[in-house]
Each structure stands twice: as C-alpha cells, then as structure tokens.
Design a protein around this ligand. Sequence first.
Ligand code: CP
Length: 322
Amino acid sequence: MSNRRHLMGMNDVDRADIERILETAAGFEDVVERDVKKVPTLRGRTVVNLFYEASTRTSSSFELAAKRLSADVVSVKSSGSSVDKGESLKDTIRTLNAYKPNIIVIRHPHIGAARLTARWSDAHVVNAGDGKHQHPTQALLDLYTIKKRLGRLDDVKVVIVGDILHSRVARSDIEAFQMMGLEVTLIGPPALIPPGIVEATGVKVTDDPEAMSEADVIYVLRMQHERMEPGQNYLPSLREYARVWGVNARRVRPGQVVMHPGPMNRGVEIAPDIADSGVSLVENQVEAGLVVRMAVLYDLMTRPSIGTVIDIRERTGEWGAA
Ligand code: CP
C-alpha cells in the first residue's frame, strides 16, 4: 500500500492534526446518537485489531469505531491465538497482512512493537499502547473530553497524579496537553517520577499532594504493577499511597473535574465517592474514545498529513523510552 500513514505516538501529529481530529470526532457524535449508528465511510475497508495485552476500553472502542464506519473488522487477542503456540510477532503480522488489511491497530507490552508492525505489514498502523511508551489515542480522547467539559484547552491547568514512571498515558498526555496549550504538573512519590522529565518536557513536578488544589483537572493514574521491576520498592505500601496521594472528597475542591484512563483501583488512587460523583469524567472519557477512534481511523484513510511513513522517530536515551 503506497502513501501509508501511522499513528505511533504524539510526535506523529501537530496542533493542526489534533484540532482536525477533535473536530471530526465531534462530527461523529451525531452518528453514535442515531437509531442506526452506522455510516458507510469505510465500507469495503478492513481493520485488524491485534491485542497482546489486556484491554477493555481501547479494544472495544476500536472495534466499535471500525464497525460504526462500516469497515470489516478482525479482532485478534494474543491469548487463544497461535501466539500461544509460539508464533512470533513478525509471523503473526505477516499472517494477518495476507488478508490485506487497510489498518492494523496493535497493543503490545514492548516499546516499538507498533513500529515493527508498520515495517512488516502494508497497512496503516495505530499504536494502541506499547509498553510504557505511548498511547496516542488515549491522549486525543482526553483532550476531547477536557474540551467538551471545560469549553477550552488553552491555559487549562492539569495535574497528573500517581505512577508517572510506568505510564504510557502520562507520556502521551504530557506531549498532547503541552502541544495544545495546557499547563501540566506531575504529582507523585519521587520514585514514580521519571528522571529527567523536567529537563525533557518543562513540566512542573512535586511530591506535595496539596498542589492538586491549583488544578482545573486532576488526572489520576493507577499503579501499573505489571510494568514495575520485581524487587523494587517504589512505595512504603498501597495504604500509605492512598492516604497521601489518593484522590478523595477531601482533595477535590468545587469546580475541579477528575479524570482516569481506567481501569481504576478504587480505594487506592481514587476513592469510590469521587469515582462515582458528578466531578468524575471517567465515563465521558469512555464515550469520547469511540468518536475519537472513529476520527483517527477516518483520518488515516482519508487525509494526507497525519503521521509519518515508516520513518518513526526513535526515542531511545530520553525519558520517553527509558
Ligand atoms: N485506558 C485504557 O487503555 O484502557 P484499556 O486498557 O481498558 O484499553
């Protein structure tokens, strides 16, 4: 397939790309509210969703997004596939590529897996999360959610609270938020803040939970145990973490909203009374995921300017891929 475009990370898009995708997503709101929730935009096109890691929101919304656009969809989870018999990523990609998909959406625990997918296939590739590196469609849907609720992006103050070190969401969000004029502060235990992040990005960093009081948006992250080094003591205990940095009714002041990419660990990083309250945008984020992913699929198939062609910028040696 000639003229392929990919969405590997937030450095594949600029401000104009993001504005266009958010506008397209807003246009799709009408489609998902109709009785017949389908448009023929991608009829005859094929989307493969290939997930090597657990997912509820990203996998279901990409599948539904492709179906809402009338694409043919093949969803493969590594568990239960021939990956269990030892098939390599390359052979899996070459196998699925034989069906001539237009787009491959991939989630994988290893940084760079999406880039390899672009190399080994003829499809446009979307990174649905690679290790602790990037999760660009999460950042796009987060921007969409904030803009929809607050009516603006410029000068919105966001605090991202929690396990920044192991978070691909934080990496993509920081880039996306800064590109769109939001002010970002990171809050968490020092052991869970990536070294060099201030120098690399210009964000503010603090371990003082009182800094949450300054924000318009409190963005809460879960402890990502699956990506933590065995034997490392990042925290005294989860109980201590919840007591100091947990987001609860005592922390949230009037006018603030709370976001979380999910899945939530209630009672650890977020208290149930906040998760279930009107200040929580968690379900709004899930709703946004559908229209934003429809917009990304549409944009990849129809526009010339999103992403890059194979020439994906390497990030080794900086905080983003440490
Ligand atoms: N936010 C997010 O990526 O959720 P899932 O792991 O459920 O896809």
